[in-house]
Ligand binder design. Structure first.
Ligand code: SD4
Length: 328
């Protein structure tokens, strides 16, 4: 192993354990915190902390940012305490858990799967779509068949005990209403930049709890839940997918950065656009965005307070509270 790789590996291994300032808030947004730091990984919500650690560990092993963002969210896909990602996630109205995921590289390569059942790692299946098929998006039974053909294990279709208990409780009234910042908003979106300046991102979710069967959110839609361009930067989203799809949220952030906005300014403008296009139910919906530009500057902004993200790199791995359009 070269000296440089050895150094990065050692530093990352120790940084993954170092968690300074959990809940740190930046009055003017986190835009220039450690600007230029590479490698750097950002991911949504509290589960972003262990996911970042897994991503940084993988990066230290491979020096490959795509491998890192895949490995990072695979950690969340297996997290039994998370009811919004992976097969342990809350089911749809019919009691069936269906998953959405996307992955993208800064050269424009991308792949996604949606409405897929019985696959433990939809993010890896999205990578298969990107790398082994001529397509970008494969859904439903077709995605499951692809998983079988590629040797992915097919899991028994069974709700986790927590998801089952929550579903049975929900069935008592069967009311569907998106609720802000609780467990039906907990997707992981991860974006990262390598020491070589290459960018990649991943996003994986079981989607909104108790959604209509067949509903697909923003997470597997390239440009909505995730967008990456090595010439500019990367963005990812979490929250009510319908509101994010309507404004092509992640693509919009990257395009605003292309026009000269900082990641923070781009996230704020995108949230303003989302608020303007979703006025009717804005009090009841949460959406949050993360962005990074090719210089390693960071941005984050949400509709309502409560959105947070993990930022991990050579200087540690810590939670940061995002600012928001509404102040609570
Ligand atoms: C969706 N965006 O399916 C996802 C849900 C989510 O945090 O982000 N939850 O609409």
């Amino acid at each position: 192993m070269s000296q440089r790789r050895k150094f990065i590996k050692q530093t990352l291994m120790s940084s993954a354990l170092f968690i300074p300032g959990v809940g740190q808030t930046f009055a003017n947004g986190p835009k220039s915190q450690n600007a230029g730091e590479k490698p750097l990984i950002l991911s949504t919500w509290n589960h972003g902390l262990p996911a970042n650690a897994a991503a940084l560990k993988k990066y230290a092993e491979t020096n490959n940012i795509l491998d890192a963002v895949e490995a990072g969210v695979m950690d969340t896909e297996l997290d039994m305490s998370n009811l919004s990602v992976g097969l342990q996630g809350l089911p749809d109205r019919e009691g069936i858990t269906t998953l959405d995921a996307s992955i993208m590289k800064g050269d424009g390569s991308c792949g996604s799967v949606a409405f897929v059942r019985q696959v433990k790692h939809p993010i890896s299946l999205a990578r298969v779509v990107m790398e082994k098929t001529p397509h970008v998006m494969i859904v439903g039974e077709g995605a499951r068949q692809l998983a079988i053909a590629e040797g992915f294990p097919i899991e028994e279709e069974k709700l986790s005990p927590k998801a089952k208990a929550a579903y049975l409780k929900w069935k008592e009234t069967s009311q569907y209403k998106p609720v802000i910042n609780i467990e039906n908003h907990d997707t992981i979106g991860m974006i990262g930049i390598g020491a070589d300046g290459k960018l990649a991102g991943s996003c994986t979710t079981s989607g909104l709890a108790y959604k209509m069967h067949g509903r697909v959110g923003d997470s597997p839609i390239i440009g909505a839940g995730l967008y990456v361009d090595d010439e500019v930067g990367a963005a990812t989203a979490t929250g009510l997918g319908e509101s994010i799809i309507r404004i092509c949220g992640s693509f919009l952030i990257v395009e605003l950065m292309r026009q000269g906005r900082t990641p923070q300014e781009a996230c704020e403008e995108t949230v303003r656009r989302l608020v303007a296009k979703n006025e009717k139910n804005i009090k009841d919906l949460q959406a949050g965005f993360l962005a990074i530009n090719k210089d390693g500057e960071v941005g984050a902004f949400a509709v309502h307070p409560g959105f947070n993200f993990a930022k991990g790199g050579l200087h540690g791995n810590a939670m940061i509270d995002s600012n928001s359009y509404f102040k609570g």
